[in-house]
Design a protein around this ligand. Structure first.
Ligand code: TXA
Ligand code: MG
Length: 339
């Protein structure tokens, strides 16, 4: 398949959105920029179109997709009932990096919900994503636009690496600002439960909802027999080719640890790279947003540099760092060393 690559900017946005919208209306699949990561979009109400996403990604059939909208009123048709808590969350954090899971309506095809009785909905803030959803005139199902198991793409060039020849179109809208996928919360259980941390923090969710539980899979490896509340959490994820280990401890101990392994790479914070023979940085030590923004890029850079063994500085787990830690320990296959 020929994949068309189009750069979107302020001047050509209307035309580009119309072109992409047309492909989507005809059952095609298009990679689109969002503020979290790039998504691989299809008409969410067309099961046959949605199947093409699974084929292009090599995604397991039992992993459901997020449905993207631009107006809150669209939620009513997609769910069986709109909880007041969803309205309160949307009021505060939509459009933005937050996905809300609710009991689904009959309009949602099984391909989207993967047979579950719930549906995940998000309203992205990125102007290009919004223009394309509007032009398509339908809600768009979109997982991250990577091959399953690879780091999510924060730039169109990474989408191209994974998807060229497999999809109809790639829309380049620049680098994703947040850099990790949206926060996922389910309102289908009581109290609401955080399934995936992201740019909207658990503290921000609690400010609106009161009690919010954090699913075990956020911080820990699921036991083989445990059933995942969010199917995506049980799969190997974000894996670069290198073997990564997260090192807990201060910078001095980290430096000594890395120095004893000469062929290794340090995945460290900005300003620390001079201490190591091989280093890739992921943000500033005191700035969780900058770490989220850089993490997936850094994982892909390690691959480009041919890194085989990588030791990563520990981001911590408060605020947005919970999202960074959640991705990093999966990229590290849960290898953590405490010094
Ligand atoms: O930021 C994002 O959310 C990006 C952009 C493109 O919007 N999308 C994204 O989609 O990260 P994906 O498919 O890579 O991750 C969706 C996650 C998966 O872990 C999936 O299992 C979970 O959400 N999920 C989707 N629907 C669900 C449902 N009904 N119940 C539980 N988990 C669900
Ligand atoms: Mg994904």
């Amino acid at each position: 398949m020929q994949t068309e690559y189009i750069q979107a900017n302020e001047n050509n946005l209307t035309g580009v959105a119309q072109k992409a919208g047309c492909v989507l209306q005809n059952g095609g699949i298009v990679a689109i920029p969002t503020e979290t990561v790039y998504g691989l979009a299809a008409n969410a109400l067309n099961g046959e179109a949605v199947k093409k996403i699974f084929a292009a990604k090599g995604r397991p059939q039992d992993n459901p997709l997020i449905v993207h909208i631009t107006e809150f009123s669209e939620v009513h048709g997609l769910v069986s009932e709109v909880p007041d808590s969803a309205k309160a969350l949307a009021e505060k954090y939509w459009p933005g990096p937050l996905t809300i899971i609710m009991p689904k309506s009959e309009k949602i095809p099984d391909e989207v919900s993967a047979g579950l009785d719930t549906v995940a909905i998000r309203m992205p803030a990125h102007p290009v994503a919004r223009a394309i959803i509007k032009a398509a005139g339908v809600p768009l199902a979109a997982p991250s636009a990577n091959i399953s198991g690879r780091p999510s793409p924060t730039r169109a060039k990474y989408v191209y690496e994974d998807m060229n020849g497999k999809i109809d179109m790639i829309i380049d809208g620049g680098q994703s600002a947040v850099g990790v996928e949206s926060t996922v919360i389910t309102l289908a259980v009581n109290p609401p439960r955080l399934l995936r941390p992201g740019g909207i923090t658990v503290e921000q969710l609690r400010a609106v909802l009161g009690a919010v539980e954090v699913d075990d899979a956020v911080m820990h490896k699921l036991k083989e027999e445990a059933k995942a509340a969010s199917p995506g959490m049980k799969y190997k994820h974000y894996a670069p080719k290198a073997e990564i280990t997260v090192i807990k401890g201060g910078l001095d101990a980290f430096r000594q640890y890395v120095a004893r392994r000469p062929e290794s790479f340090a995945l460290c914070f900005e300003g620390e790279e001079a201490f190591f023979e091989n280093a890739v940085t992921y943000g500033r030590a005191d700035d969780a947003n900058s770490q989220a923004n850089r993490l997936f890029d850094a994982l892909r850079e390690l691959d480009e540099k041919g890194a085989k063994i990588v030791f990563a500085r520990d981001p911590g787990t408060s605020g947005v760092d919970l999202a960074v830690y959640n991705r990093l320990i999966r990229a590290a296959a849960f290898r953590v060393v405490t010094l």
